[in-house]
Write a protein that binds this ligand. Structure first.
Ligand SMILES: Nc1ncnc2c1ncn2[C@@H]1O[C@H](COP(=O)(O)OP(=O)(O)OP(=O)(O)O)[C@@H](O)[C@H]1O
Length: 312
């Protein structure tokens, strides 16, 4: 089966205060329709940048000089504004880490949900139905509330309801449970994967939590220094990691798999691991070189101004 999402050798650079940070450095990932892929990696490895790039939702200081991103064959980085908007609305769904910031603080939940459902049935009964799908208690009352009157868990359920209402072909969830209390995390995770399965939605789940990735994703891709360094079935990548970085990540993750449960680190040659890790660090430093730029330089590509963030 061909890929519904095909990220090919992409480079992304952020320009800040006269310096350039290379956040993606030849990242590639192909995902087939219906797959659930966990994208893991330490902070700063480029997960959010890769996720946002799929919808061309990067901030204005980002440029992408190399590579292609194909969503169902559409070349996202080359699309015109109108086509891009249509692609986002019809094919993509995003769930951010901080749900409150995704909601408009000045508008009641009901009105926001109604707007998110434009083009679909969005009468009162439909709105209540969407909140019930995300197991919201007292949905009628919640529709009348403002974002500051609800908890983070409720806000995330609302964002999930808005996102999944359109049954997106691809869902990009960027650490969607990281800001939630631990007691609601697994419930929200289960909810997202359940709705995605029912809709046949492909999931790209960005996370630090190897345990939850191992439980919910059939495939795992590991990012390091702006590229995907290991990719395969979850059992294989988490159970017998081959790249030294993946071994270290699995071993170091406190929320990850218990020793002896799935990750076997005892067979790793620590000296070899440390040496390859140093090699990786040196390579990463070279790649993610933070070089001085001349703000006036005509050679610097103008960062592509992004249009409005996709309506939620
Ligand atoms: N808007 C920005 N401006 C400048 N640099 C940025 C910007 N966003 C991200 N970066 C840099 O790009 C690199 C990759 O960041 P990114 O957020 O994609 O990584 P991540 O793996 O998602 O990290 P985290 O798990 O902490 O969210 C980092 O060096 C980060 O500091």
């Amino acid at each position: 089966m061909s890929a519904i999402l095909d990220i090919q050798d992409v480079t992304v650079e952020y320009s800040t205060g006269g310096t350039i940070v290379r956040a993606l450095d030849g990242a590639s990932l192909a995902v087939r329709a219906g797959e659930t892929v966990g994208l893991v990696g330490e902070s700063g490895s480029g997960k959010s940048t890769l996720g946002s790039l799929v919808g061309r939702l990067l901030p204005g200081n980002a440029s992408y000089p190399e590579g292609r991103v194909l969503v169902d064959g559409h070349d996202v980085l080359q699309l015109g504004v109108k086509e891009l908007r249509t692609l986002r609305r019809e094919q993509l769904g995003f769930i951010p880490q901080d749900p409150i910031s995704a909601l408009d603080p000045t508008m009641r939940i009901g009105r926001q949900l109604e707007l998110a459902l434009r083009g679909l049935p969005n009468d009162r009964a439909a709105l209540v139905g969407h909140l019930e799908r995300v197991r919201m208690r007292e949905p009628e009352r919640v529709l009348r509330l403002f974002p500051h009157e609800i908890s983070g868990g409720m806000a995330q359920r609302i964002v999930i309801a808005m996102t999944m209402a359109r049954s997106p072909r691809i869902l990009i969830a960027d650490e969607p449970t990281a800001a939630l209390d631990s007691n609601v995390r697994s419930e929200v995770t289960k909810l997202v994967f359940g709705l995605a399965r029912d809709a046949g939605t492909t999931v790209l789940w960005l996370s630090h939590d190897l345990r939850s990735v191992g439980r919910w994703c059939e495939r795992v891709a590991v990012m390091y220094a702006g590229r995907v360094v290991e990719d395969g079935p979850a059992e294989q990548v988490l159970g017998s990691p081959t790249h030294p970085y993946t071994v270290a990540l699995a071993a170091a993750d406190p929320a990850g798999v218990q020793p002896g449960e799935r990750i076997e680190t005892s067979s790793v040659d620590v000296a070899t691991l440390a040496e390859s890790f140093r090699d990786d660090e040196r390579a990463a430093k070279r790649r993610a070189k933070t070089r001085k730029t001349d703000a006036e330089s005509a050679d610097d590509p103008e960062p592509a101004p992004e249009e409005e963030v996709v309506a939620r």
